[in-house]
Write a protein that binds this ligand. Structure first.
Ligand code: ZN
Length: 500
């Protein structure tokens, strides 16, 4: 027990250093004056170095070794056994990556991100090209810290979606593409939905107040979190009792703040729902990028873009914005928030075409990592894929290859697959919850979410990282990740909307 306590203290120190970084990152993204940037970069890199030192301390490895027989004496899903299992996985990962590479990556990412914030508005791919070449080189070096892979992207995918591989994601995406492409064709052959009711003037404070009322009803706990404004919406954890979110507002587009708030609240409720006993341990976070995204997509789309949801909330929204929406019917509004249209920007994409955006990025980053595509040829490859896959051609790189922050602030590879896995899982989890508790639909129609939230807390939230994504999905839904519930959801919903 003494050794277990010492281990927990060491893990808490790592968790505290990471949380301190998170506070600095949150501040950097919300209130920090521009002048603070250089010092903030240095402070974050100091904290990252300290956290890495603690995470790779040989004394931590010895404690894990000493506790191995204790771990083996316990049932697999015992909290201590799970803690020891996940702590060992993280220790082995951390010790494989040299401190020099961690520092080089973090310093390079800061420079690359700064260059991107200038290059994107200037439509200047040439300015970020050398940065991106360096990112690719560092991403390969990171992958090579984990030898024995089949595909060089495997270790990078594994860091975010443990257990997935390039080959398994490729197979999943191929299956999904085969079903999605004909559905997109059938929808776009129909008359387009009219979303002009969303594109009127909506004062920002009223938008935020409405969205915050909805997430309060959802169950996001403002006593253990808060929402602020930032250029890019995100969720961030300081502690299980302090899980924050941000949003952004467009005064001429009602959907921006509303759906980003619903989205981030889903990420946040996942973390607010983790069992308090996991606090300050490696179990105190969502289990994978895909499962995390499934929780944001569930509350944003499965609930927030559903007909039953708007039956309840639309009259309230009309009361807030009588001039803009007083004469717009519920049916017209519901069609507007579910408009399907192939477009250039992933983050603005509808539910049906969204995954095609993800597949383009996934394929391109595999080609970059394999060395079959050069960074210099990336903008043209991007244009070619948008033209062939979505039927739209970016007029410039700003709305093409420069649009996403990911490749300019982190690694190339291992991130984008999580978005589509999340979409698929949002439908799979929601279908399982509804099957177990059929009253959920009726409750949503009256703005009540406690039954659904209770199911999610019991089957997903409370476990944190205790189970892998694959284990969690099977335990919660009775089977492995599959595209079937997602495709059934899209066919049912959009079949009605577009009279297919
Ligand atoms: Zn998300």
């Amino acid at each position: 027990m003494e050794k277990l306590n010492e281990l927990k203290q060491r893990l808490a120190t790592i968790s505290d250093l990471t949380a301190a970084s998170s506070v600095l990152i949150w501040d950097q993204s919300t209130y920090m004056p521009l002048g603070g940037a250089a010092a903030r970069g240095r402070q974050l890199s100091t904290l990252a170095r300290l956290a890495h030192e603690h995470a790779t301390d040989p004394a931590l490895g010895r404690l894990l070794d000493d506790l191995q027989s204790y771990a083996e004496s316990l049932p697999y899903d015992d909290d201590d056994a799970s803690l020891l299992r996940i702590a060992r996985r993280e220790f082995e990962r951390a010790t494989r990556v040299p401190a020099g590479l961690v520092a080089a990556f973090s310093e390079h990412s800061a420079r690359s991100y700064s260059a991107w914030t200038i290059a994107r508005p200037a439509n200047d791919f040439a300015a970020v090209r050398p940065h991106l070449e360096q990112t690719l080189e560092l991403s390969r070096q990171l992958a090579d810290c984990f030898p024995g892979y089949d595909h060089i992207a495997d270790p990078l995918i594994d860091l975010n979606d443990y257990g997935m591989r390039a080959a398994s994601v490729r197979a999943l995406f191929a299956e999904l593409r085969q079903e999605l492409v004909p559905l997109v064709r059938a929808i776009t052959a129909q008359p387009s939905a009219d979303d002009s009711c969303l594109l009127q003037h909506y004062p920002a404070p009223a938008q935020i107040a409405f969205a915050e009322q909805v997430i309060r009803d959802y169950g996001y706990d403002f006593e253990r979190g808060r929402q602020d404004i930032a250029p890019h919406p995100f969720m961030i954890r300081f502690a299980l009792d302090d899980i924050r979110i941000t949003t952004r507002v467009k005064v001429d587009d009602l959907s921006e703040a509303l759906f980003s708030t619903l989205h981030e609240s889903g990420h946040a409720m996942y973390e607010q729902g983790i069992a308090a006993t996991h606090e300050a341990t490696p179990l105190a976070s969502g289990t994978s990028a895909g499962v995390h995204e499934s929780q944001s997509r569930l509350w944003e789309n499965q609930i927030g873009r559903s007909q039953v949801f708007w039956q309840h909330y639309y009259p309230q929204l009309q009361e807030v914005f009588p001039q803009q929406l007083g004469a717009v019917s519920l049916e017209s509004f519901y069609r507007a928030v579910n408009k399907v249209q192939p477009s250039l920007i992933r983050t603005d994409a509808d539910e049906v075409t969204y995954n095609l955006h993800v597949m383009i990025r996934f394929d391109l980053e595999l080609a970059l990592l394999e060395g079959t595509l050069a960074v210099a040829d990336l903008p043209e490859a991007w244009r070619a894929r948008y033209t062939s896959d979505l039927g739209v051609t970016p007029p410039d790189d700003r709305d093409g290859v420069l649009q996403d922050v990911h490749w300019f602030s982190g690694m190339i590879g291992g991130v984008f697959q999580g978005y589509t896995i999340g979409n698929l899982l949002s439908a799979q989890f929601f279908a399982a919850a509804q099957q177990a508790l059929p009253q959920i639909g009726v409750e949503i129609a009256s703005g009540r979410f406690a039954t659904l939230r209770g199911w999610l807390r019991e089957h997903i939230y409370c476990h944190g990282s205790k189970y892998t994504a694959a284990e969690l999905i099977t335990r919660a839904t009775g089977g492995p990740l599959t595209i079937a519930p997602y495709m059934a959801y899209l066919r049912e919903k959009y079949g009605k909307l577009y009279a297919l």
